[in-house]
Design a protein around this ligand. Structure first.
Ligand code: NAD
Ligand code: GLY
Length: 372
C-alpha cells in the first residue's frame, strides 16, 4: 500500500507539501511544478551521487524541452556561506536562467536554505521547489520559506523569506540517511510537540522505537503531523511577526552553540543543528522551571524523550557561558531591547518572553548546572 499524504500551506502564496515513498521516481510530479525551461538542481556531494541522476532522468523524460544544470556544493553547515551562495548564482547565470526558471533544492536543510536564498535573489526572485532528503528538512526547513546563509558572526544572518512553489518529500530517501542525521530530524519533530501539543509528545514516546527503526508508516505520520503544525503557523504568520517565533524553541541556545563551535557539526567535531536544538530545548525547559513558569518534571520528561531518541541533552564541554550569552544577543530573534527567548509554561505551551535576567541564563549555562 502506498502511503501518500498532502499538506496544503495556505496564506498569500499557497503551495502543497507532498509526502510519501517513491516521489523522486515520478518525473511528472516534479515536472508539473516547473513553469519555464531552465532548471538548476542544487545539491551537495553526499546527496547528488545518490539522487541527482535519477531526478534529472525523470525530468528529462517528462519535460524533454527542459534545460537542466547541476550545482553541487560540498556538504556541511560550514559550507552554507556567502561564497557558495555566489557560486550558485554563477551557475544560474551560466544556465541563462530566465524569470520563469526554477531552482530545485535536492538535499538537507543546508542545501534548501542556500538554494532557496539563491532563488530569492536571482532576478529578484524565481521559483524554488524544495525536494528535502533529510528528516529535518522534510519536517521543518523545506516548509515556510525561510532561506539563508551563515556568517562567522552568526547563523542565518543573511537571508530572505521566499516560500517554495512546492515541497516534494520522498520518504524513501531517508533510507540512505545516516542514523545521526535521522536523530537530528527527530529533534525538530519533538519541537512541535514541545511547543504545541503534549499529546504529540506522548505519541512520539510511544513510537520512538518504530521511528528509530525507520518504520515507513511511523515516519510518514511524524512528518505529516509536523508539516501540519508548521503549515498552520506559517500560513497565519509568514514573516514571523507573531507566533511563528515559537518555532524557535531551543534555537537561541542551539544557534549560539553551533556558532561557537564554528558550524563543525557535519564534520563530526561539534553538534549538528538538530542536536544543538535538542540541547537548547532542554535548556529552555529548565530555564522555564527555574523561573517558576513550568514544572521541572515536564523538563525532565522532555529530556528523557530526547535521550531515548539518541540525542544529546547537555551542553558540550568547553563552551564559555559568557561567550554563549554574547552569541545569543546577536541571534535574529534578539531585539534592541534584549534577548527574546521562547520558554514554555509546561509541555505543549510555548511563550515568547523578553527581559529574562542575564544572570539566570548564565547560571543555566554553567557546566555544573547543565551536566545531566
Ligand atoms: P544537512 O543539510 O547538512 O544534511 C545533513 C547531512 O546529511 C549532510 O551531510 C548531507 O549531505 C546528508 N544527507 C542529506 N540527505 C541525505 C540522504 N538522503 N542520504 C544520505 N545523506 C544525506 O542538515 P539538515 O539537518 O538537513 O539541515 C540543517 C540546516 O537546516 C541548518 O543549516 C539549519 O539552520 C537549517 N534549518 C532551516 C530551517 C528553515 O526554516 N529554513 C529550519 C530548520 C533548520
Ligand atoms: N524553523 C523556524 C521557522 O521556520 O520559523
Amino acid at each position: 500500500m502506498s502511503i501518500r499524504h498532502t499538506v496544503e500551506v495556505g496564506g498569500a502564496t499557497p503551495y502543497a507539501i507532498t509526502i510519501g515513498p517513491g516521489l523522486l521516481d515520478e518525473g511528472d510530479h516534479l515536472a508539473h511544478r516547473i513553469r519555464g525551461i531552465h532548471v538548476l538542481i542544487v545539491s551537495d556531494d553526499n546527496v547528488a551521487p545518490l539522487y541527482a541522476q535519477r531526478v534529472e532522468a525523470e525530468l528529462r523524460a517528462s519535460r524533454p524541452d527542459a534545460l537542466l544544470a547541476r550545482f553541487v556544493m560540498p556538504a556541511g553547515e560550514h559550507e552554507k556561506t556567502l561564497a557558495r551562495f555566489g557560486e550558485a548564482l554563477d551557475a544560474l547565470a551560466k544556465l541563462g536562467a530566465t524569470r520563469d526558471a526554477c531552482v530545485l533544492a535536492l538535499g538537507g536543510g543546508v542545501v534548501g536554505d542556500l538554494a532557496g536564498f539563491a532563488a530569492a535573489c536571482w532576478m529578484r526572485g524565481i521559483d524554488v521547489v524544495q525536494v528535502p532528503t533529510t528528516l529535518l528538512a522534510m519536517v521543518d526547513s523545506s516548509v515556510g520559506g525561510k532561506t539563508a546563509v551563515d556568517l562567522p558572526a552568526g547563523k542565518n544572518l543573511v537571508g530572505a523569506f521566499h516560500p517554495p512553489r512546492a515541497v516534494v518529500a520522498d520518504t524513501r530517501a531517508l533510507r540512505t540517511l545516516p542514523d545521526r542525521e535521522l536523530r537530528a530530524g527527530l529533534a525538530e519533530v519533538v519541537k512541535y510537540g514541545a511547543i504545541f501539543d503534549a499529546g504529540f509528545l506522548a505519541w512520539l514516546d510511544a513510537n520512538a522505537d518504530a521511528l528509530l527503526a525507520r518504520d515507513d508508516a511511523a515516519l510518514a505520520e511524524a512528518i505529516t503531523r509536523s508539516c501540519r503544525f508548521k503549515a498552520e503557523v506559517v500560513a497565519r504568520d509568514p514573516l514571523e511577526h507573531g507566533d511563528r517565533a515559537l518555532l524557535n524553541f531551543g534555537h537561541t541556545f542551539g544557534h549560539a552553540i553551533e556558532t561557537e563551535q564554528g558550524y563543525a557539526g557535519t564534520r563530526g567535531d561539534g553538534l549538528n543543528h538538530g542536536e544543538a536544538v535538542a540541547v537548547g530545548m532542554v535548556l529552555a525547559a529548565r530555564l522555564s522551571a527555574a523561573l517558576g513558569r513550568a514544572p521541572l518534571s515536564d523538563a525532565e520528561r522532555l529530556q528523557a524523550l530526547l535521550q531515548r531518541l539518541g540525542l544529546p541533552t547537555a551542553l558540550p564541554a568547553g563552551l564559555a557561558p559568557e561567550q554563549l550569552l554574547a552569541r545569543m544577543r546577536l541571534d535574529k530573534k534578539a531585539h534592541a531591547g534584549g534577548i527574546r527567548l521562547v520558554l514554555w509554561d509546561g509541555a505543549g505551551r510555548a511563550k515568547l518572553v523578553t527581559g529574562v535576567d542575564d544572570d539566570a541564563i548564565l547560571e543555566l549555562l554553567q557546566p555544573a548546572t547543565n551536566r545531566m
